[in-house]
Design a protein around this ligand. Sequence first.
Ligand code: FAD
Length: 435
Amino acid sequence: MWDFETDPEYQDKLDWAADFMRTRVEPLQYVINHPLDLQDPVRQELVPELQAEVRRHGLWGTHLGPEVGGPGYGQVKLALLNEILGRSGPGPSIGPVVFGTAAPDTGNAEIIAHYGSEEQKGRYLKPLVDGTMFSAFSMTEPQGGSDPKTFTTRAELDGDEWVINGEKWFSSNGRWAEVLVLLAVTDPDAPILERMSMFLVPKDTPGVEIVRHVGVSGWVEGEGGGDHSYIRYRDVRIPRDYILGEVGKGFEVAQTRLSGGRVHHAMRSVGHMKAAFEMMTERVQSRFTQGEQLAQKQIVQEMIADAWITIEQTRLLVMQTAWKIDRLQNYRAVRKDIAASKIAAARALVDVASKALQIHGSLGITQEMPFVSMIVNGIHVGLADGPSEIHKLTIARDLLRDVEPSPGLWPTQHIPALVDEARSLYAEALTRHGR
Ligand SMILES: Cc1cc2nc3c(=O)[nH]c(=O)nc-3n(C[C@H](O)[C@H](O)[C@H](O)COP(=O)(O)OP(=O)(O)OC[C@H]3O[C@@H](n4cnc5c(N)ncnc54)[C@H](O)[C@@H]3O)c2cc1C
């Protein structure tokens, strides 16, 4: 059965969320410093109020199950909501913060809920879910992010403590985080899937040094610059039970964390490109050149049509992926779909935002319009959680797994052989007609 409808009760919630985003949440980004800056009094006055309103509408922390205070929505419902939240951006943006679904806290809360001890859950889960504490995910290292085999940050047991040494690069939200979810090598001689373990490191632990907080070009990241932290761990000592999950299972924990988040990011990217598209359509109706609206130019019309097709294709792929996850309840079985959604969303956001920028001419490239930030956001989606190239390898591997080589020299669809086969199958009819 094919069905592209949203149940009316949930649609009402989505309609409320869409209106709330436009009228109350989006304006916030122009008056607060950073969505996670708890020291900003304006942020502290306005954001909790809006978060309370989201809770009253039952849309807070929708990625979480009821056991940790969320409604336990499936991926289809989450995707539809993320599309709306993505108007303000797929990455570090105000929408997901107001709705309690901001990365990396979403994924970090998810793995603490899944693998955490009761003590760890008690310490971190509630504040992360409530949005009163923030976390960072410390996996990528300066010498390489795409290939976990290059990671060298080491955690060694010394009595009842782990001692951590190494460097991590681009731990997003490191500036605001109280806890760092850290992937470190615990057995350098083990095969890659058993080499690393996950840890929960309070940021104020002695030996955690912030080398610097790095900013992304093209993004306005609040006072004080970026928040993708370059962190040095120098003889950092944490108690033995600060490990998250079992020793050697860090890679598995990391994978659990990233799957759902990729779909949410992809759908937020769809929301973001739809915002760009809206601006683009308004502009072509408003701007005149050579005596007619931009909308009358055929090349402009082609850009509008192509952008819309791109958005719809991407949206369908992501929604189908969400639907498959709900159906199969197994992220591994949908790995290639998740990878494809992530790649397609990144590409489409860059494409649509570039067209929207072009349509706005010189105004489009200025800081007075959001297009450069949108394009960088597209590039960001194509890099973070693993670059598109790596995800393409996953897709190809999956697609080729069950494909057999042709039995002989020629392809099975080699036309001369197919003609011979067809002739022998329909020999009688051919003979009757003298062919
Ligand atoms: C905005 C943003 C937020 C991020 N947040 C976090 C975070 O919170 N925590 C964290 O740990 N990391 C984070 N990252 C880092 C991210 O995971 C890495 O950027 C990513 O894994 C790529 O690693 P790298 O940057 O070291 O690139 P490299 O590994 O040096 O790769 C560079 C490029 O080489 C190409 N490439 C790599 N491997 C292959 C291959 N096998 N075949 C073909 N081409 C290849 C790709 O084009 C890739 O972009 C973030 C990145 C961005 C941009």
